[in-house]
Design a protein around this ligand. Structure first.
Ligand SMILES: *Cc1c(COP(=O)(O)O)cnc(C)c1O
Length: 347
């Protein structure tokens, strides 16, 4: 196992929770999964995963897709007509993914909204919708990647959903880390996803499955997305092999996310003791820390290189920001080593 070897070699990988490896239970389940052709009569393991995903998110149906990006893309295509406007907070992943935006690839028009900690300004959104000639979709994101793993307040989500409903505009939730939000709030994922018409969840981040995401919504919406999945080349065949790991993820890996949140809080507290300008532990709600190094006199890339020399991998995002993400492979010793590396560099 590459990451386990890296851990033994003393490398602590905080770049993302996507680096998590499948668990032994996942690998075992993958070997004995019943299989079929998911593009024909269906794969029984994929069907079981989709049923479980639908139940957990409180939706009628779910669709297994290769990635979260494809899940969001299919949601755009299934919800909105070409040329429709997509209202989302300006920092949303689906407006700012690495190579562009799934919104524009879907033939839709991005409408970035001002926001605070990932939550759109509700008055600005209402104004924008009133002024729109072709409203297509409203999209929210929780937990919010760009806002340091922030959890959207459910009452805010409820009001956004109501606004969408009053104008007949569908609401999609980018819930790549929905289960982190659920654990942080202490409420079932379905109680969060009920504030949107559709939701995408990732199995391959903190939940540790090797591959895959689910797009959930009404039966009619998912049927549309299933047809569109074929169009974009997302129909897989004996995909039960990977869906089996996703089933183990949903059955056994959700609750333990609280450990990742605790590790992130401990990291943030220790970094704030080194330098209060680095981190604010009160801002850390889940497993992501965004560290602003602008007051340190050193660029983010230099910090990343400096801690890398000490066996710690972090992500530099922009000239003044570092992103650290905790996950299953970050134990107490890894947190201690990270704190020591920052302390050594800060001197
Ligand atoms: C990771 C992520 C995605 C995309 O998921 P992939 O599986 O990497 O394509 C979408 N939205 C958010 C908020 C994410 O963090």
């Amino acid at each position: 196992m590459a990451a386990q070897e890296r851990a033994r070699d003393g490398v602590v990988d905080l770049r993302s929770d996507t680096v998590t490896l499948p668990t032994p239970a996942m690998l075992e389940r993958m070997q004995r999964a019943p299989l079929g052709d998911d593009g024909r009569e269906g794969d029984p393991t994929v069907r079981a995963l989709e049923a479980r995903g639908a139940a957990l998110t409180g939706k009628e149906a779910a669709l297994f897709v290769p990635s979260g990006t494809m899940g969001n893309l299919l949601a755009m295509l299934a919800h909105a007509e070409r040329g429709g406007e997509v209202f989302a907070d300006a920092g949303a992943h689906l407006l700012n993914s690495e190579l562009g935006s799934v919104v524009t690839i879907a033939g839709l028009v991005p409408k970035p909204m001002p926001s605070r900690r990932g939550a759109m300004d509700e008055a600005a959104l209402a104004d924008a919708i009133r002024g729109s000639e072709r409203p297509g979709l409203i999209a929210m994101e929780t937990t919010h990647n760009g806002a340091g793993g922030a959890v959207l307040p459910p009452p805010h989500m409820m009001r956004i959903h109501a606004l969408g409903q009053s104008h007949g505009i569908p609401v999609h939730l980018d819930g790549a880390r929905l289960f982190n939000a659920s654990v942080a709030l202490g409420v079932p994922a379905a109680r969060i996803a009920e504030h949107a018409d559709s939701v995408m969840v990732c199995l391959s981040k903190g939940l540790s499955a090797p591959v895959g995401s689910l797009l959930c919504g009404t039966a009619a919406f998912v049927a549309r997305a299933r047809t569109l999945r074929k169009l974009v080349g997302g129909t897989m065949r004996q995909s039960g092999v990977v869906a089996a790991a996703g089933l183990v993820a949903l059955e056994t890996m959700i609750e333990r996310l609280s450990k990742d949140h605790a590790a992130a809080r401990r990291l943030a507290a220790a970094l704030s003791w080194l330098d209060p300008a680095l981190a604010d532990p009160d801002q850390v709600q889940t497993n992501i820390l965004r560290i602003d190094v602008s007051a340190s006199g050193r660029e983010a890339a230099a910090w990343a290189e400096g801690v890398k020399q000490r066996g710690i991998l972090v992500q530099a995002s922009g000239p003044s920001q570092l992103r650290l993400v905790t996950h299953r492979h970050i134990d107490g010793a890894a947190v201690d080593r990270t704190i020591a590396a920052f302390a050594a560099l800060g001197r």
